[in-house]
Write a protein that binds this ligand. Sequence first.
Ligand code: PEP
Length: 246
Amino acid sequence: MLIAGNWKMNGDPNTLGEFGKMIARAPEAAHNGVTLIVCPPAILTAKCAERATVSPLEIGGQDCHPEPNGAHTGDIAAEMLAACGATTVIVGHSERRADHGEDDALVAAKATAAQRAGLRAIVCVGETEAERDAGNAETVVNGQLAGSLPETLDPARLVVAYEPVWAIGTGRTPSTDDVAAMHAAIRKTLDARFPGAAVPILYGGSVKPSNAAELLAVPEVGGALIGGASLKADDFLAIALAAVKN
Ligand code: PEP
């Protein structure tokens, strides 16, 4: 199982107390076959990676630019994240898609860039509430997968995160039946696109210690992408320990 925390725009070099606890306790989960990743804001990648060298905790980025360098003010290349010690980068998060107008083609270019730099790419997909209510959730997610995952990607360094937009940061989650149905649909698409590969499919959206065991036990759920609950070491590690039991 893979448990990844997305700190979003939270944290600075003076507020890494919770991170220290995560480093200290990561072996409990990691020694039981769970891959644990924390994705802090880019300003903390190097500092967190340096502190995590004593721990199985991996560090990831939250986004990357498609190009390896150049005149792109404010952007971060995948190569920069890798040079700072990251192993992973999230691309296509719904907040990037909504706040920055990122479309599937750009997400595909970012996923390609991530792997060019040697990183694992976590590609996010998920429907809005209106799309689900209209009965279009699977169509929307399949379209995002088709557009965001070029066949040239290496499935060994690819992870897909299913994150219903309406479940992110709201405290609401789909039923386990709905998660199972969507993950089965994603698996079918991935099997057709990358035959024989076991690309992990994470669930994301309001995962917390109280619902982690139930969500992680759903067939084809290979871990979780966690926002709010990844800011507190106790919550993040409780979710990771729920993954150990699955
Ligand atoms: C996310 O933003 O990827 C996420 C899953 O957030 P939260 O856990 O806070 O819903």
